[in-house]
Design a protein around this ligand. Sequence first.
Ligand SMILES: Nc1ncnc2c1ncn2[C@@H]1O[C@H](COP(=O)(O)OP(=O)(O)OP(=O)(O)O)[C@@H](O)[C@H]1O
Ligand SMILES: [Mg+2]
Length: 253
Amino acid sequence: MRILEVKNLTKTYETDDNHYKALDNLSFSVRKGEFVAIMGASGSGKSTLLNILSTLDFASSGLVLLGNEDLFQLSEKQRADFRSQHLSFIFQNYNLLGNLTLQENIALALTVKGHPKQEIYQLVLETAAKLGIEKLLAKYPHQVSGGQRQRCACARALATSPDLILADEPTGALDTQSTKQLLTILESMNETLGTTILLVTHDAIAASHCQRVLFMQDGQFVNELHTKDQTQKESFHQILELMGALGDDAHVS
Ligand SMILES: Nc1ncnc2c1ncn2[C@@H]1O[C@H](COP(=O)(O)OP(=O)(O)OP(=O)(O)O)[C@@H](O)[C@H]1O
Ligand SMILES: [Mg+2]
């Protein structure tokens, strides 16, 4: 079953003296339960695409169907509702609220989604335990490490059982160990809960945990790897090879 369908998506940024096509007639789809990576050089349009899928930005033309909803036909209020009901986000800079504890940060997403109050605490505890941050719940984001903050952002994304998780460079600010942990968590969320994940990354290791890798160049998809039936190591080498062939300036970290 398809959860996401993107058709002929174009985004042109207009400035005073210029216009720049960041997405160029892009089409692709994602099936429910897939874990898909999007790779591409800096400036190729990855975040632009994710911002549109997140309902935070509009395209210049084209169509996005998420579930059964045509995103560009929704009112502002409907978009906000749709976001809180169906989507979760994990960003490179965590986007946790600094004046709330980790517990409150996770709980907030559940409150916004409309979960019954009496269930929220238990859900926060369960999700935090999955991510190994149950002992840190009373702390504020500035009192924990970057990796722990990112695990909290992950817990927040996971707690609401979203239909789709959109992650833009979630491992960008993490060390190797925390990166590994986060990828393992995302992988197991995908496997055990069937969560659909779209992961933007520069990192061939991160992408090698996914089932499919889309390569973006100048606002278009120029290649695609199906890595589902391969070991992670095989996928990693294939991704590196293709990155080399595409002359991608993305680094491998
Ligand atoms: N608000 C904006 N106004 C004008 N141009 C923009 C704007 N946002 C992005 N761009 C341009 O659109 C192109 C795509 O940007 P985008 O942020 O999607 O790239 P990216 O693939 O996410 O890059 P990175 O890997 O560096 O995060 C870039 O050339 C960028 O300069
Ligand atoms: Mg980006």
